[in-house]
Every structure is written in structure tokens, then in C-alpha cells.
Design a protein around this ligand. Structure first.
Ligand code: SAH
Length: 352
């Protein structure tokens, strides 16, 4: 559609377009518009990162969670979730294998587990940084107070991933119980940036009750926040949550959003997520071709991978981590990209 091409061109030129224009774009785009955006987005990532894809080793440290997000399979009310918590020693062992396999970023993700006090997380982060001074540590452990974020940063954490989930107050209330607020989520993100973390926000695509206006507001919020990383993936229902009967987010919508994000944030670190690889076998490769430049293979021990189930049929939950990684690497090479062994920090200047 001619109007949509013009909107995409303006996004590239100005980095943003008015909200009403974004809403029109998101509610009327077709396959050709998607291809047009993907081609632009891909050219931008090639310009800034070459044909390189950064690998991050994801370690799922605990599926205990004190929160009750309606979409999430590890919410506290899910009595069917088989809970586990890795010990610091098990996590250090994962890092050792991960380091040998070439990873230079470890992402520690988990539910909001009260056992993992600031003191314990800080000790673990310091130990990882001591063992592997050339590696970056990314935390994704949910909402904390300002002081806790400071403490973990002081212990050596480099990056923090905290999706804002939705930038619209009313929509936020439909996805979360009343004790969680968008206001606090945003406060956390502002703190993280202020403290000096390379910070990631993001949202699910196709989450229940999401409208095109919500997605437009997500894009505008991301633009304003100016994070170093943005994580998006399709919503996928989990059978033991209140959202079990909602449909999954669509591959095409997620790919289009990835492209728009790349066009609006040329330097951002943008993963092709596990959820994308779950709704479609080659979803992550398609994500890279739509402008993503990061993948996060799961390097958790098998027992943990089987139990850290945010949604149904998660890809790679079973087989051997190293085998999964090799297969993913081959598939990425097959589309003409190269997997790089480096910390892959955020930079505003172009690498190539
Ligand atoms: N406790 C941490 C980590 C949450 S899990 C935190 O609060 O940040 C990481 C992300 O998985 C979430 O931010 C959410 O966007 C995504 N997620 C959770 N349930 C999902 C589902 N059913 N489908 C797709 N993504 C989901």
C-alpha cells in the first residue's frame, strides 16, 4: 500500500511518526509492506553490524515467582508448575560450559524468587565476573527497588532486561493482578538506565486484549526510553494460566514489529527470541532477516529447561543444550550470517 510505504520511509527518515500514523500503519499493513519494512530493516542491521549475529547464553536460574501475571506459566498460582532453583554452583558450572562453547555474555533470568536475595545475586555476579572478566553479565530478574539495582550494578552486572510488557495503563491492568503497576515497571526501567546498565525493555506481540493503538504506544514508549536492547516475541498461551484459551501472537506481526523497531532504533540490540522460534521452526532465522541481530540459546541444565515453561511447547526445552546451539548456529549460517564470539556491547557508532 502506497501510504504505508510512505509511513515506513518517514519512520526511517525521522525515527518516529505521529501516533495516528503508526496506528494506521499497524492496522492496515499487508505482506508487501512487511517485505518493504524487512528489507529496509535488514539493510540497516547489515550497515551497523555486518552479517554478524551475537549469541548470548541464557541461564534460567529459578522458576519460583512471587508474582501472578495472567499470561505466564511460572506464575505463583500455577500449582502444576514443578518448581526448581539452580544453586550458585550449578550456575557457575553452566557458565564454565558456556564459556568453553564460546559465549561471552551470560543472561541470568528467573521468576521473582525471594531466595535470591540481593546479597546472593551480588555474590554470584561477582564470582562470574571474577572467573570470566571478559564476559558481560545480564540480569533479568524482575522488579527491584533502586538500591537493589545499584547494588547489583556495583557487583558487576552490565545489563538488565525488563520488558515493560505494555505501555498502556488499562492494558497493563488486563495482563497483571492489581498489585503490579505499570508505574513501578517504568520506574524500574528509568532507574536501570540512570544507574548505567545497558537496559532492555519490550513487550509481547498479540497478547490478550492488545490493540494496534497499544502497539503504537509501545513503539512510542520505546522511542522515548531509548534503551540499548529491545526484546519482543509473540504471546503464546500456557495451559495452566487464565489466558489458556487465547490465540498465540502471529509470526507476521512479530516480524513486522521487529522491522519497525530496527528502523526506529538502528543501533539497538534486538533478539530473535525463543518464543519466535517456538511458533515457527525457522522463526528466529526469519527474525534475523527482518532486522534482529541477537539470539539467546538456552544453556541451562536440561532439568531446568524442562521446567522453565513460560508458555506451551517451548522450543529446545528438551534436547541437549550444546546440540541445540550447534543446530541454531548452522541454521543462522545457512541464511548467510555469522555467529560472533564477543561481548557485543551496545555502540552508537557503526562497526563496519
Ligand atoms: N521475572 C522476570 C522475567 C520474566 S520472563 C521479569 O519480570 O522480567 C521473561 C519474559 O517472558 C516476560 O517479560 C514476558 O514478556 C515473556 N513471557 C511470559 N509469559 C509469556 C507467554 N505466555 N508467552 C510469551 N512470552 C511470555
Amino acid at each position: 500500500m502506497q501510504e504505508n510505504r510512505i509511513r515506513i520511509d518517514s519512520l526511517e527518515k525521522y525515527g518516529v511518526i505521529p501516533r495516528e500514523e503508526l496506528i494506521s500503519l499497524l492496522s492496515s499493513y499487508d505482506d508487501e509492506d512487511r517485505a518493504y519494512a524487512a528489507q529496509k530493516a535488514r539493510a540497516i542491521s547489515l550497515r551497523h553490524f555486518g552479517n554478524k549475529v551475537y549469541f548470548r547464553g541464557l541461564i534460567e536460574i529459578s522458576n519460583y515467582c512471587k508474582n501472578d501475571c495472567y499470561y505466564c506459566g511460572i506464575r505463583k498460582s500455577n500449582k502444576n508448575a514443578c518448581r526448581y532453583r539452580l544453586t550458585p554452583e550449578e550456575i557457575l558450572t553452566c557458565c564454565r560450559y558456556g564459556y568453553e562453547a564460546g559465549f561471552r555474555t551470560f543472561v541470568l533470568q528467573g521468576g521473582e524468587d525471594l531466595w535470591w536475595t540481593d546479597e546472593r545475586v551480588a555474590a554470584l555476579v561477582s564470582q562470574i565476573k571474577e572467573n570470566y572478566p571478559d564476559c558481560a553479565v545480564t540480569l533479568s530478574l524482575g522488579e527491584k527497588d533502586t538500591e537493589s539495582y545499584r547494588r547489583l550494578f556495583a557487583a558487576g552486572a552490565d545489563r538488565y532486561l525488563l520488558r515493560h510488557e505494555t505501555a498502556d495503563q488499562t492494558h497493563y491492568g488486563k495482563l497483571h493482578p492489581p498489585e503490579l503497576s505499570l508505574k513501578n515497571r517504568k520506574r524500574c526501567l528509568e532507574d536501570l538506565i540512570e544507574i548505567g546498565y545497558q537496559t532492555g525493555c519490550g513487550c509481547m506481540v498479540g497478547s490478550p486484549y492488545q490493540t494496534c493503538a497499544n502497539l503504537a504506544d509501545d513503539l512510542l514508549y520505546m522511542k522515548k526510553l531509548h534503551p540499548q536492547m529491545i526484546g519482543i516475541g509473540p504471546f503464546i498461551p500456557h495451559k495452566d494460566t487464565p489466558f489458556r484459551d487465547f490465540p498465540a501472537g502471529k509470526l507476521e506481526d512479530t516480524l513486522f514489529l521487529l522491522s519497525l523497531i530496527r528502523i526506529m532504533h538502528p543501533h539497538v540490540l534486538l533478539p530473535a527470541t525463543t518464543a519466535l522460534g517456538t511458533i515457527q521452526p525457522d522463526g528466529r532465522e526469519q527474525g534475523i532477516l527482518a532486522g534482529a541481530n541477537v539470539v539467546m540459546p538456552n544453556i541451562s541444565p536440561e532439568e531446568a529447561r524442562k521446567r522453565y515453561l513460560l508458555y506451551d511447547r517451548k522450543v529446545d526445552a528438551g534436547a541437549d543444550a550444546l546440540k541445540n546451539q550447534m543446530l541454531l548456529q548452522e541454521r543462522i549460517e545457512a541464511i548467510g550470517y555469522e555467529v560472533v564470539v564477543s561481548r557485543g556491547d551496545y555502540k552508537e557508532e557503526t562497526e563496519q
